[in-house]
Ligand binder design. Structure first.
Ligand code: FES
Length: 105
């Protein structure tokens, strides 16, 4: 699964990982997000903006994710493209996904 990721300094990274786990884990391994809560949707450090065309592939926000994004909204821009990458399962459907790491809250 190949991912095109723009980091907080606007550098583009091409990341590759096998299916399984979450998108956050891949970003964390690449040192692009902290993932402090370990994927519990409670720290907000894995916030990303998913490119428009890929939004439907990533599915719906979870309830906990929605609450966390609402909390983040006070500190960083939260848009319809905002997702917590720990709530996105890494499946082959994501091959080619393009996303951007959100600013640090
Ligand atoms: Fe903490 Fe996703 S890793 S909210």
């Amino acid at each position: 699964i190949e991912m095109n990721v723009t980091d907080r300094t606007d550098t583009v990274h091409i990341l590759r990982a096998p299916e399984g786990g979450t998108l956050m884990e891949v970003l964390q391994n690449a040192d692009l997000v902290a993932g402090i809560c370990g994927g519990a949707a409670s720290c907000g450090t894995c916030h990303v903006y998913v490119e428009e065309d890929w939004l439907s592939v990533t599915g719906e926000r979870t309830e906990d994710e929605t609450y966390m994004l609402e909390a983040l909204e006070e500190e960083v821009p939260v848009t319809h493209k905002s997702r917590l990458s720990c709530q996105i399962a890494l499946t082959t459907a994501l091959d080619g996904i393009t996303l951007q790491i959100a600013p640090e809250a």
